[in-house]
Ligand binder design. Structure first.
Ligand code: IPE
Ligand code: IPE
Ligand code: MG
Length: 251
C-alpha cells in the first residue's frame, strides 16, 4: 500500500505532453486483471488486488496533471455472471479499499461518486459508498467516478423510465425532450462527456460502458494489462490522444 506521503507526492506533467491539450475527462475500462494473474500462475483474485494499485496511481497522476474527471469501470451489470467466489471477493475488495483510502482521497480533494444501480450491493459497501460520496461532495479536486454495477443499456433504460414518469406526472412535455433533457437524467449529468477512452488488455470493444457519453470520445486500446498500467502507459495514451484531430463530424 502506498503511504500517505507517497500518495500525496506531486508528479508534474511529462515534458513530452502538451499541457494545453490535456483531456478534461478520461474514461477507463480497467481490463486484464485475470490474465495478468494467470500469466504469473496466480489466482484471478490477486490480479484484482494488484489492479487497485494501478487505479490509485492513475487517479493520483490524473489529479496532478489537471484532468477534471476520471471515470472507471469497476464492475459491470454483466460481471454478476462470474463465479460467486470472484464476485464476493470483488465486493469485499471494494469495501476494504474504500475504507482504507477514504482519508487519502479527502486529503487529495477528490470528489468521489459511484455510478450504477447500487441497490444490489452488500449493505456495508452501500453505506460506505454513501458516506464517501457525502463526505467528499464539496471537494474541489478531480471528479472520480466509479462505475459499479453499471451497464450502459441499463442506464439508458433508467433515463427513459425517469422521463416517462415526469411526463405522466404532467411535469414534462414529451415534445420538449431533447439531447440536453435526456442527458440530464444520466448518472453523468454533471460531467462533460469523456474526451478519451482507455481500454487495457487489448480488447477492442466497449462492453456496455457509457454508451451515450462516448459518442465522440477518442479511443486508445493498449495491450498493457490493467495491473501493469502505470505513468508510462498513461503518458502513451495521452500522446495518442494529442496526436488525433477531433472533427466531431466536421471537415
Ligand atoms: C477487469 O479484469 C476487472 C473486472 C471486470 C472486475 P478482468 O477480471 O475482466 O480480467 P480478464 O479480462 O479476465 O483478464
Ligand atoms: C469490462 O470488462 C467490465 C469492467 C472492466 C468492469 P469485462 O472483462 O467484463 O468485459 P468483456 O467480458 O471482456 O467484454
Ligand atoms: Mg475482462
Amino acid at each position: 500500500m502506498i503511504s500517505t506521503d507517497k500518495a500525496r507526492e506531486f508528479c508534474p506533467i511529462p515534458k513530452e505532453l502538451d499541457h494545453k491539450r490535456m483531456p478534461d475527462h478520461i474514461a477507463v475500462i480497467m481490463d486484464g486483471n485475470g490474465r495478468w494473474a494467470k500469466a504469473k500462475g496466480l489466482p484471478r483474485t490477486i490480479g484484482h488486488t494488484a489492479g487497485v494499485e494501478s487505479l490509485k496511481t492513475t487517479l493520483h497522476l490524473c489529479s496532478n496533471w489537471g484532468i477534471g474527471a476520471l471515470t472507471v469501470y469497476a464492475f459491470s451489470t454483466e460481471n454478476w455472471s462470474r463465479p460467486c467466489e470472484e464476485v464476493n471477493f470483488l465486493m469485499t475488495l471494494f469495501e476494504s479499499v474504500l475504507q482504507r483510502e477514504l482519508t487519502n482521497l479527502k486529503l487529495e480533494e477528490v470528489k468521489i461518486n459511484f455510478l450504477g444501480d447500487l441497490d444490489p450491493l452488500p449493505t456495508a459497501l452501500k453505506e460506505l459508498i454513501i458516506e464517501s460520496i457525502e463526505s467528499t461532495a464539496s471537494n474541489k479536486g478531480i471528479h472520480f467516478n466509479v462505475c459499479t454495477n453499471y451497464g450502459g443499456r441499463r442506464e439508458l433504460v433508467r433515463v427513459a423510465q425517469k422521463l416517462a414518469e415526469r411526463s405522466v406526472r404532467g411535469e414534462l412535455d414529451p415534445l420538449l425532450i431533447d439531447e440536453n433533457v435526456f442527458a440530464s437524467e444520466l448518472f453523468t449529468a454533471s460531467e462533460v462527456d469523456p474526451d478519451l477512452l482507455i481500454r487495457t488488455s487489448g480488447e477492442k470493444r466497449i462492453s456496455n460502458f457509457l454508451l451515450w457519453q462516448l459518442a465522440y470520445a477518442e479511443i486508445h486500446v493498449t495491450d498493457v494489462l490493467w495491473p501493469d498500467f502505470d505513468a508510462v502507459a498513461l503518458t502513451q495514451a495521452l500522446l495518442d490522444y494529442q496526436s488525433r484531430r477531433r472533427r466531431f463530424g466536421g471537415v
